[in-house]
Design a protein. Structure first.
Length: 71
């Protein structure tokens, strides 16, 4: 798969994630993160908006782990 194809998939997935609920966002995150990693491995530029979305998903994932912790 070429870098342009991976980037197109990442863009499509970013749109799906933007319209998804929290559970779906967390389910899609590993695949989205993998696409971004493939871009970086190929030495291609990952757009800032995709990096920001990935960072937001990481933060959501961490917060979701602490939602059920007793205080």
């Amino acid at each position: 798969m070429t870098g342009q194809e991976i980037l197109a998939q990442a863009e499509q997935m970013a749109q799906r994630i933007s319209g998804a609920d929290q559970k779906q966002r967390l389910e899609l995150h590993p695949q989205f993160s993998q696409l971004l990693m493939h871009l970086e491995v190929q030495g291609l530029h990952v757009p800032g908006r995709l990096r920001c979305l990935n960072a937001a998903l990481i933060e959501e994932s961490v917060e979701a782990r602490f939602d059920n912790m007793p205080v």
